[in-house]
Design a binder for this molecule. Sequence first.
Ligand code: ADP
Length: 229
Amino acid sequence: MFLVGLTGGIASGKSTVSAALRELGCAVIDADVVARQVVQPDSPAYRLIVQHFGPEILLESGEIDREKLGSIIFSIPEKRRLLNSLTHPEIHKAMLKQILTFFLRGYRYVILDVPLLFETRRLTRFLKHTVVVYCDPATQLSRLMQRDGLTQEQAEMRVGAQMPLNEKRGLASHVIENSGGREDTHRQVLRLHTQLEDSLDFLLVRALAVTLATGLGGLVLFTLKQLVS
Ligand code: ADP
């Protein structure tokens, strides 16, 4: 098995590409969904967050007030680091569990849909390929304004707060150019899918797993023989 990172900038088309890959039958793990799951009430990360940030960051329902927490960590970098240190281990554990499940189900590769892939850089060393969904700045701005009902100024602020898409494009091993129409993007997704399906990179990990399993099996047999003799 091998891992593929998928990322982009706000409204560059990452969700569109991710949905197309899912439709083609790919195993996709959405880091945003995992991040929301691990802070559900009574999970270990939830308890740690309440312990460190106090019950005032909770909604009446008992769930974490993501907006309130977001504004705290936005203005105090130290608090952002604290929150990351509480949630990241849980997010990574949950993602690893899902990756293992896909591996056991026979998937050759798993796509990790991670918005901040190049900003945090924690996962990049585990990835065989990185894919950036790119579109030109004017298209990105107009799609963002339309999708989220923002003024140009609001949209520019959101785009400006992110790592420039151009920079991400330079870091990726594969770029999907999404400035044109949907059909053009879909053709590129199909090409990427074929490349991933044809790749033999999965063989190494599978061979290692078989070797390990055979070695472990041999060890168990040997121990059993020793015990009964
Ligand atoms: P992201 O997940 O990167 O934030 P989305 O996939 O949600 O971006 O795309 C942003 C908006 O642009 C959405 O409303 C989507 O439907 C639209 N969109 C994406 N790709 C195209 C395209 N090639 N042509 C026209 N609209 C598109």
